[in-house]
Design a protein around this ligand. Sequence first.
Ligand code: M6R
Length: 616
Amino acid sequence: MCGIVGYVGPNSTIDVLLGGLKRLEYRGYDSAGIAVLTDGGELGTRKRAGKLGILAEDLTAAPLNDGHTGIGHTRWATHGGPTDGNAHPHLGDGGKLALIHNGIIENFAELKQELLDRGETFSSETDTEVAALLVGEVFRETGDLTQALRRVVARLEGAFTLLVMHQDRPGVVVGARRNSPLVIGLGEGENFLGSDVAAFVEHTKRAMEIGQDQIVTITPDGVEVTDFAGNEVPTREFEVAWDASAAEKGGWPSFMKKEISEEPEAVAKTLLGRVHDGRVTLPELAAIGELLDGVDRIVVIACGTAAYAGMLGKYALEAWARVPVDVELSHEFRYRDPVLSPTTLVVSVSQSGETMDTLMAVKYAKERGARTLSICNTQGSTIPRESDAVLYIHAGPEVAVASTKAFVAQVTALYLLGLDIAQRRGTMDADAVAAQVEELQNIPAKLDQVLESTATRIAEFAPWLGDTQSVLFLGRHVGYPVALEGALKLKEIAYIHAEGFAAGELKHGPIALIEPGQLVIVLVPSPRHDDSLHPKVVSNIQEIRARGARVIAIAEVGDVAVVPYADEVIRIPFAAPLFEPILGVVPLHIFAMELASAKGLDVDQPRNLAKSVTVE
Ligand code: M6R
């Protein structure tokens, strides 16, 4: 949570900061603020509660003098409410130093008392202000901003990215990170810092990673990275794989709508270069190749939508690679003393690569001797760095808080992993692998069909459901994680109570919720699948209809058996069982978006949430 940007260079600092914050606003939108060292040599700050637009309007109405050194922040509130006073930057050294922060300083109360005892005064309720005041004190003593930050971070407990600048040090921004993201952008005669590359990608695609517990000092002509002890450390430069335009709305009414439209492309990009002649090739897994040959257990760790992708991965990995798979919420996993061994592979799934719960679970798994693989979308993020290997999904930037295209891409990546292990272990013959590869390769075109045939219809009827108080989602087998995903999306962006259930569980309790008018959305498996699930789900629909439920069925084109029992049928093309959920989830994404839009809600920035959950 919280987006951070820093800039030193010849261009308008205010423009660079506001542009960067606009692209980082998905990380938090409780308040926004900037600090700029003006050409007159004064530190100017402006900060406002609410979304970035409020700050931008304020700056238009009463411009701040521009300069060539600055920092900017967009906040997801932790300590202290979303007010002007609690917005960042916070000041130290009598107002000459500005500091911004992402994370939580856990020992702030004790540090605050110490500062109060020394006569310092506070103007906010945040944990951040202690860091600003402490760095200010050490800077007064040493005159060295990097050293001042180094001395202070040694005293902080918790997770943090801090950026600091001082009126007496024009052209210098210093950053530090511990368990919270920070990336360097390398320009010509200018340099940038950002929570992720989106902060500066419109100015440069050259980026550099910063490791945990490291400090970076940027000037227009140089970048110096050291560890917290002051030793120089090796750095790794990389090229951002997407253009700034990929993180723009590009004429779409919302990022969510744009990103749903990109679901076919996201799957295609995940497959690109990884399937040849009916085989899967994943050179990225070389570092864990030996383990994959003999892996005896896989644990998938993730949160939210990524965890539902993990649940789908379990079905495929077990069916194809014949390896037992557990799927766990990251925040539960590491607090329950799980059994891990050197032959266990822990697979983290995270779009952002920064989810704190998942990062901590990865570290925990490594400490206990397991090998780790990250399935991730965001280059330069922390979880891949902390993992033994990474499989990037290459879905392009996902800006809307609700995860959509990343979900289908994550499932695709997990399926590729399943087929790769199956090839290594010989649990499938070449023809069987080739058949599944073909199914995967057909998914983008089928997703195009789903978008084409369902988007308009859902947009027509969703507004009529605007008053709905509660929606239940049902699915069996691979339909179950999709039901959970559909319910999460509706809660998250339409603020409607929703629950996903395994359809077989209905009679074990949830059916008591059905009363006349209750809306139930059912994922109906194809009647052409070689299993007995279709008639069972149709029976479930009959049972709830008999109790007055209104039913929307997501069913295969040509499945007439559902028609008498559904108020509405949304059609998807045929796909083999394991691939059907990648198609079936898209109408649920559209449904949540349309219902939220009909209620007049901001689908990209739902209340109380942030895209990247970097606090536990
Ligand atoms: O960045 P991650 O994939 O690690 O994020 C995990 C969850 O926070 C995320 O999927 C969340 O549930 C989404 N907002 C759901 O749409």
